[in-house]
Design a protein around this ligand. Structure first.
Ligand code: PLP
Length: 421
């Protein structure tokens, strides 16, 4: 890698302060460092990132380059510590570099990383998942959530011999092209879904939904929304796909389906089931899954699908979650945290809404321009939220009461500044 030098830049005020205050100098250098690293990355990587939201386009400034992570903390290239609430966009429910995952990975790596053959580990992960999510009778592993959604949609079209997919505004189902033969309806609009399905009844292959929306901020399903999707799917023989890439093993040990008591025909998984390594999966009714190659004609494959490294990290995570069942405590802590945020917003006369379920949450400011300002001030205080108001934030098992108190204190300081502006 090219060596990166530092050039003295910044406002005259910061330059003057820098002469006097070493702390200001450290901060100044950190900002300069990330700018340099980002410019260097942009020379070789489109937009400097391998996934667009990381570019900080939604929040302004430069993305911070992270060197290492442990528990609830991430550390940037300058050594600065942040309390992390992005948590690998929801993958890291145990926290970063958790001992059980490190052990699982160490044992697996020593045995080899890619065999191109079946392994007992895959069967074990599939068994754990089918036990935890009763609607999944059979499961196919992939390398990402996007691939899982692609497989589920292909399967639904083959099963129904229909083309149209209904999805919902504000949802995200991965980086796959599905605009052709797709109808996009408002999330939580029961009337619209009933009307549309009635009108198009013979052409709809699948309805795909995030049971809790996590890609327009956290938005909960309104009463009877998921139930209605189940009813119309049964009535018109449509495949109901729950995209649980975020929600599976996040709200409970299993899926949002048991949380809301609505069953899907096919379920897409990702994130947590790989314990922080690349993974995805889709599964569901036996007869539908039976169409997949090699049993049936629907082709789906992957060199690294079910690789022993991702699967070992996933197994370590799920076993830990199954044995500890930490969901009640996690939700309690998230509830207190969100209440704390609401209270200090009120004290500072900042209008906002905090949505949460389980250990996922997001903040919606009445004045949407405030988010950018909030974000950059909070970052300076050492708190790392997901870098877009449309992304969810997450608590992990590694977040301590102390982390939460420190974060509330930082948010209070930031709200104080925003309230005065
Ligand atoms: N589905 C949902 C609901 C997601 O949130 C995501 C990613 O954030 C995906 C699918 C795609 O998963 P991946 O990024 O692993 O391809």
């Amino acid at each position: 890698m090219a060596k990166i030098g530092f050039k003295v830049q910044g406002s005259p005020r910061c330059r003057a302060l820098r002469d006097m205050a070493p702390r200001c100098e450290a901060r100044f250098k950190a900002k300069d460092l990330h700018q340099k690293l980002f410019n260097e990355a942009k020379k070789y990587i489109p937009g400097g990132v391998n996934s667009p939201v990381r570019s900080f386009k939604a929040v302004g400034g430069y993305p911070i380059f992270i060197k290492k992570a442990k528990g609830s903390k991430i550390y940037d290239e300058s050594g600065k510590e942040f309390i992390d609430y992005c948590m690998g966009f929801g993958a890291m429910i145990l926290g970063h570099a958790h001992p059980v995952i490190r052990k699982g990975l160490k044992d697996a790596i020593e045995k080899g990383t890619c065999f191109g053959t079946p392994t007992r580990l895959e069967t074990e992960l599939a068994r754990l998942i089918t036990e935890a999510i009763p609607s999944i009778k059979k499961l196919r592993l992939t390398n990402s959530g996007s691939e899982a959604v692609m497989g589920a949609i292909r399967l639904a079209r083959a099963w129904t011999r229909r083309d149209i997919i209904i999805r919902f505004e504000g949802s995200y189902h991965g980086n796959i092209d599905f605009t052709k033969n797709t109808l996009v309806l408002p999330y939580n609009d029961i009337k619209k879904i009933v009307e549309t399905v009635k009108r198009e009844e013979k052409n709809i292959a699948a309805i795909i939904v995030e049971p809790v929306a996590g890609n327009m901020g956290v938005v909960l399903p309104r009463k009877n929304f998921l139930e209605t999707l189940r009813e119309v799917s049964d009535k018109y023989k449509i495949v109901l796909i729950f995209d649980e890439v975020i929600t599976s093993f996040r709200l409970t040990y299993g899926s949002a389906q048991s949380f809301f008591k609505v069953k899907a025909d096919l379920t897409c998984l990702g994130k947590i089931i790989g314990g922080g390594l690349p993974i995805g999966g889709f599964g569901g009714r036996k007869e539908v899954m039976g169409l997949l190659a090699p049993d049936g004609p629907v082709y789906q494959a992957g060199t690294f699908s079910g690789n022993p490294i991702s699967v070992s990290a996933g197994l370590a995570t799920l076993r830990f979650l199954r044995d500890q069942n930490p969901y009640k405590g996690l939700e309690e802590r998230t509830r207190n945290f969100c209440e704390g945020i609401r209270n200090i917003a009120e004290e500072n006369k900042i209008e906002l809404k905090v949505n949460f379920i389980g250990s996922m949450f997001s903040i919606f400011f009445a004045d949407s321009n405030l988010f950018k300002r909030f974000y950059s001030l909070l970052l300076k205080e050492g708190i790392y939220f997901s870098p877009s108001g449309l992304e969810a934030n997450f608590l992990s098992l590694s977040h301590t009461n102390r982390d939460i108190e420190d974060t509330i204190r930082a948010i209070s300081k930031v709200f104080g500044k925003l309230g005065r502006q």
